[in-house]
Design a protein around this ligand. Structure first.
Ligand code: NAP
Length: 276
């Protein structure tokens, strides 16, 4: 059955691949991006089933307008992909409050903005699928990812708590946790690094930035395959709450589970001693 998809950050990278994969199997797609024209080329063969809209997810009034236009055009939204986002990297103290606010405003509050606008449409239909794109950094924190992880752990907590609220109304929530995928994520057009120089971190920070630059466009994850996986999950009657994407993501999450188990077991007596 043809589904109506609403995708954020569809100008490039994973969002663009998801739009293409959904169109390829006959779905109707609203592809949103800040630069509306960038998604237009994919419209050529599927104009009847494709609508490109300009949308900056940090602007709630633009979000409402885009959702209204999508509903007016296709009559509803069956699948939402909250994909738009970027990485604010660097040692925590190299970043400023402004860096953190902008990161949270896009990755976390942007995701909430779109969910607020789309959920009434899905509740009215008593069905829907929401894919919130998190990251392996939303499960496991690592050096130079503190601000990015703060935003993606937020997406995870939000999604996990939202799921039981909307599941009885027919809306399934799935958190997508990619490892490293070959998109613009690490390119200068997307990634941002904190700009404050702190002598204690400077040498290591320079090395890590060099490492990230070297990894740009060399990532092993294939965004087309991930896009196809998401399109296939959207048909599952019982989709998972979490979906890890990539060999690296699976390994990192397994490590995290083991670490959680270890800490819990090692400190259990002290933990339970604090109260019933
Ligand atoms: N690639 C990876 O290794 C990886 C790993 C884990 C998680 N992720 C997550 O996957 C998602 C997609 O990233 P990607 O890898 O495809 O990176 P990408 O190629 O850099 O694409 C990012 C997309 O997000 C859009 N975007 C950024 N801020 C926006 C805003 N305020 N409003 C609307 N759109 C905005 C960009 O639009 P513009 O063209 O207008 O800038 C672009 O379409 C992100 O949430 C990212 O955190 C990626």
């Amino acid at each position: 059955m043809s589904q109506r998809w609403f995708i954020t950050g569809a100008s490039r990278g994973l969002g663009l691949e998801i739009a293409k994969a959904a169109l390829a199997v006959g779905h109707r797609v609203v592809a949103t991006s800040r630069s509306k024209n960038t998604a237009d080329p994919i419209a050529a063969d599927s104009s009847e089933r494709f609508l490109a809209l300009a949308l900056d997810i940090t602007r709630p009034e633009e979000v409402s307008k885009a959702v209204d236009s999508a509903v007016a055009h296709f009559g509803g939204i069956d699948v939402l992909v909250n994909n738009a986002g970027y990485g604010q990297l660097g040692f925590f103290e190299e970043n400023t409050l402004q860096d953190a606010l902008e990161q949270l405003e896009t990755n976390l509050l942007g995701t909430l903005n779109v969910a607020w606008a789309v959920l009434p449409v899905m509740r009215a239909a008593r069905e829907g699928r929401i894919f919130n794109v998190s990251s392996v950094a939303g499960i496991r924190g690592s050096m130079t990812g503190s601000i990015y992880s703060a935003s993606k752990f937020g997406v995870e907590g939000f999604s996990e708590a939202l799921s039981p609220e909307v599941e009885p109304l027919g809306v399934h929530v799935t958190i997508v946790e990619p490892g490293l995928f070959k998109t613009d994520f690490l390119s200068p057009s997307s990634v941002r690094f904190g700009g404050q120089t702190i002598a204690d971190y400077a040498e290591q920070s320079a090395k890590l930035q060099e490492l990230y630059r070297g990894l740009n466009r060399q990532q092993k994850g294939d965004p087309q395959k991930l896009a196809e996986a998401i399109v296939s999950l959207a048909k599952e009657p019982n989709p998972p709450l979490r979906f890890a994407a990539g060999v690296d993501a699976v390994a990192a999450i397994e490590e995290k589970i083991a670490k959680l188990r270890l800490d819990l077991d090692q400190w259990k007596d002290l933990s339970v001693s604090t109260g019933e």
